[in-house]
Design a protein around this ligand. Structure first.
Ligand code: NI
Length: 397
């Protein structure tokens, strides 16, 4: 079966490059993936795959039943949205839209998802149960998975796979991670309310800027002194606003930030922990405060059974030397975690680094991929789907 998958992917490779370049040149922002989803639906339909459009606003679902009688359904999720970044790669197929760029590789994810769909639609004997392809919008704003799930994308799904490009490993290799892959990510807004006064007479005012500075410093120090150092926690204040003039004591400061953690207990206690620090500092200096703590997406926990299938499929496809077992999670966010509340799943890291060109990080205006990554991703994922059905030890069988 692996040989058949490899042969087909060789044959389809020119078409997949064409698809990738089309998607890269025509990026669309989160929630506005109208042309992308119409294009994806077109490719899926041309393979004889049943298509449902406008799932989760601008998402697309394709469903494929093969020749087998396995009742299980495995899903493959690919995200489709781009970022508000002005591309500076000088590629021949650079973004045609000013200020919008596929700088997170979601064009690659969509291409790989379509490649797997094309291969499996031509190999019905590889599909022993059902496969559902989820083309998701709005991952960058952490909304798309929620929208898709609300529209029934996970109904009947027993397992789910996904992928994300990874520029720090080369394009012919794959990263596999057992357990925690990404962090739980929440949003934080703090308002410190003081009292205005003359800059020359601070003792008659309550200086919100000074108190805000104490709050930030206390939060950062408290991470080091009150949080378990073996459980990662990052709190970054990314925005701060306050004050009216150089000689007026500011009465209000508003700051917003992001909070990343991995351990469930740390995550659960964050709102109380933050409030205790903000309230103690504010009270000490007679300020009042408001905190808005918004839960974002949970941490991605890769299922060991499915991760093993991805590891085996990757090693058989490209050799042990091209499969890296990743020893560390990332504190990035991924709304793939929301699907995992409905079924076990695993996401692999697809190497996209070029060997002879400088590589840039995700979300960089010069981010680019070595297009060999498409084949590197398509083969093992298609093969892993076949192997999933072969393997009877699945808890859902
Ligand atoms: Ni991304």
């Amino acid at each position: 079966m692996l040989d058949q998958i490899k042969n087909l992917s060789q044959k389809l490779n020119p078409r997949l490059l064409e698809i990738h370049r089309h998607l890269h040149a025509n990026p669309e922002l989160s929630g506005q993936e109208y042309q992308t989803s119409a294009y994806v639906a077109g490719v899926l339909s041309s393979c004889g795959i049943r298509v449902r459009e406008a799932v989760g606003k601008t998402g697309v679902i394709g469903e494929l039943s093969g020749l087998g009688k396995d009742k299980r359904m495995i899903a493959l999720r690919a995200d489709m949205d781009a970022l508000p970044i002005e591309e500076r790669t000088n590629l021949g197929y650079s973004s045609s839209k000013p200020g919008v760029m596929h700088a997170c590789g979601h064009d690659v994810h969509t291409t790989v998802g379509l490649g797997v769909a094309m291969i499996l639609s031509q190999l019905p004997e590889a599909v022993l149960g059902k496969v559902r392809f989820l083309f998701q919008p709005a991952e960058e704003i952490a909304q798309g998975a929620r929208w898709m799930i609300k529209d029934g994308a996970m109904q009947g799904v027993d397992a789910i796979l996904s992928l994300h490009v990874f520029p720090s490993i080369p394009a012919r290799s794959i990263g596999i991670r057992y357990g925690t892959l990404t962090a739980a990510t929440d949003d934080l807004e703090i308002i410190i309310q003081g009292e205005s006064g003359h800059g020359a007479r601070p003792h008659e005012a309550v200086d919100a800027i000074w108190i805000a500075a104490q709050v930030i410093t206390s939060l950062q120090q408290a991470i080091s002194r009150t949080q378990n150092p073996l459980r990662p926690l990052v709190l970054s204040i990314g925005q701060i606003n306050g004050g009216r003039a150089p000689n007026i004591i500011a009465d209000q400061v508003k700051m917003t930030g992001t909070v990343r953690s991995i351990h469930p207990e740390t995550h659960a206690n964050l709102p109380d922990w933050i409030e205790s620090i903000v309230s103690n500092v504010s009270r000490t200096y007679q300020a009042s405060y408001q905190i808005k703590y918004t839960r974002g997406v949970p941490s991605v926990q890769n299922d060991s059974f499915l991760t093993q299938i991805l590891e085996d499929a990757s090693k058989e496809s490209w050799g042990r030397e091209n499969v890296k077992i990743l020893t560390e999670p990332s504190l990035g966010a991924e709304d793939f975690s929301l699907y995992l509340e409905h079924a076990p799943g695993s996401m692999l890291r697809l190497g996209v680094g070029s060997e002879n060109k400088q590589n840039y990080p995700l979300h960089h205006p010069q981010f680019h991929v070595d297009e060999h990554c498409i084949m590197t991703g398509v083969v093992p994922i298609a093969y892993a789907i076949y192997k999933y059905f072969l393997n009877s030890s699945s808890p859902n069988n």
